[in-house]
Design a protein around this ligand. Structure first.
Ligand SMILES: [Zn+2]
Length: 80
């Protein structure tokens, strides 16, 4: 049984291509992953909180992402 996974940021069901080996897992997209990263780096919400219950927060971080220039986002921060 595969239970549908939902994105912890936007609460949408994950697209079928998103699996545990996918770069953005458990988020539906890189955008949502970045929202979560921002959430943590921001320090305001260090306590685990369901961001999906806070659409205002999601919007806040999406706007912040755009300010940071999402188009110029480079994926070189993933040092494994
Ligand atoms: Zn999402």
């Amino acid at each position: 049984m595969i239970k549908p996974l939902t994105c912890p940021v936007c609460n949408k069901q994950l697209p079928p291509q998103v699996t545990v080996s996918y770069a953005t897992f458990p988020f539906c997209s890189e955008r949502c992953r970045n929202v979560d990263l921002l959430r943590w780096s921001d320090g305001k919400y260090a306590i685990v909180e369901d961001i999906k219950d806070r659409p205002d927060l999601v919007q806040e971080y999406l706007e912040k992402l755009e300010e940071l220039g999402e188009a110029e986002y480079e994926d070189d921060s993933e040092s494994m």
